[in-house]
Write a protein that binds this ligand. Structure first.
Ligand code: ZN
Length: 319
């Protein structure tokens, strides 16, 4: 039994209108769903993905204007890497990101993976990784100002930091069946890193990079930080198998929560990092036609009766 890769990454923004502008108009992702946080309907929950909302391409943001900035550090998810099809894309993206005011743009090499590192306007740590034109099962969101061959093609990996490998390694390898692919030194030249993957071959969408940073402070969630990462399963039966396995391991795992576009279970791993396992379906096109994704505020059916009240509590964005 293996997870099939990263499903989505959810992060925090205190400036959701700027966030919408950056992820769509700068990075060229498609807003596939404009909704509210199902646990706090006063806040937007925006979902950016490829053209189809394919699992494995979707970065989502909670709109938390008062959260304050993140404190980077251990016991947290410290970076998100997207795939591009070649390192030629780095020249294009360097110029574009500089023009658009992105911060700390830098070319890096991590264990043979060529990367471009940068931050969004709130300090969200992002990377583009050359995936060598690996197969991509989504569809890029074509834009006139971004050549198709340089467009983002879903996630490559997420980057986690812990004080010690052994605080997370057994959970990844013994419970979640990740494979350790290799050990390397992280791009800071100091931290050791382990590259894990959900498959023996690794590659785009399947990898988790774990840093060991014993001297770093403990991180705290805030704007520009990641709230959780979700991993993929094909269906609810597989998810139930994972739920039983995680529960038997002694970790606390939630009941299945119906997020309407997918079904989810959640559990905290070492240091409080939140993991989710989410089904590939039914998907974002269940309640809107594909061509209309993201255009209007969408509420799951159980919130529809409160629409008027919910809309009154939200500041209009992107209109
Ligand atoms: Zn999630």
């Amino acid at each position: 039994m293996n997870l099939t890769g990263i499903h989505h990454v959810t992060a925090a923004s205190a400036k959701i209108a700027d966030n919408l502008d950056f992820y769509t108009n700068v990075l060229g992702m498609r807003l596939v769903k404009k909704s509210v946080n199902q646990d706090d309907v006063s806040a937007y929950h925006l979902y950016y993905a490829d053209k189809l909302g394919t699992p494995g391409t979707d970065m989502t943001f909670f709109d938390w204007p008062h959260i304050g900035p993140k404190r980077p550090g251990t016991n947290s998810i410290v970076g998100t890497a997207f795939s591009v099809s070649s390192s030629a894309a780095f020249d294009f993206w360097t110029t574009r990101l500089e023009e658009k005011g992105a911060k700390n743009i830098e070319r890096l090499d991590f264990a043979g993976r060529q990367m471009l590192s940068f931050e969004d306007p709130e300090g969200q740590q992002l990377y583009l990784v050359d995936d060598g034109a690996a197969p991509f099962d989504g569809e890029i969101w074509a834009r006139p100002d971004i050549p198709d061959e340089h467009a983002l093609r879903g996630f490559y990996s997420v980057l986690l930091s812990m004080p010690a490998f052994d605080q997370l390694d057994p959970i990844l390898t013994q419970i979640l069946n990740f494979v350790e692919l290799e050990r390397s030194i992280w791009v800071d030249g100091q931290s050791e890193a382990i590259i894990y993957a959900t498959t023996m071959s690794g590659g785009p969408g399947t990898e988790v990079w774990l840093l060991q940073q014993p001297d770093a402070p403990i991180g705290h969630l805030g704007a520009g930080g990641v709230h959780h990462v979700a991993f993929r399963v094909s269906d609810m039966e597989t998810q139930q198998g994972w739920q039983a396995r995680i529960s038997q391991s002694g970790l606390q795992v939630t009941e299945m929560i119906d997020r309407f576009w997918f079904k989810s279970i959640y559990f905290r791993v070492s240091g409080g990092i939140l993991f989710e396992i989410a089904t590939d379906g039914p998907g974002f096109a269940i309640d809107e036609p594909l061509e209309a994704l993201g255009k209007k505020l969408v509420l799951p059916p159980f919130l529809e009766s409160q629409r008027e009240q919910i809309e009154a509590g939200l500041t209009p964005i992107g209109e």
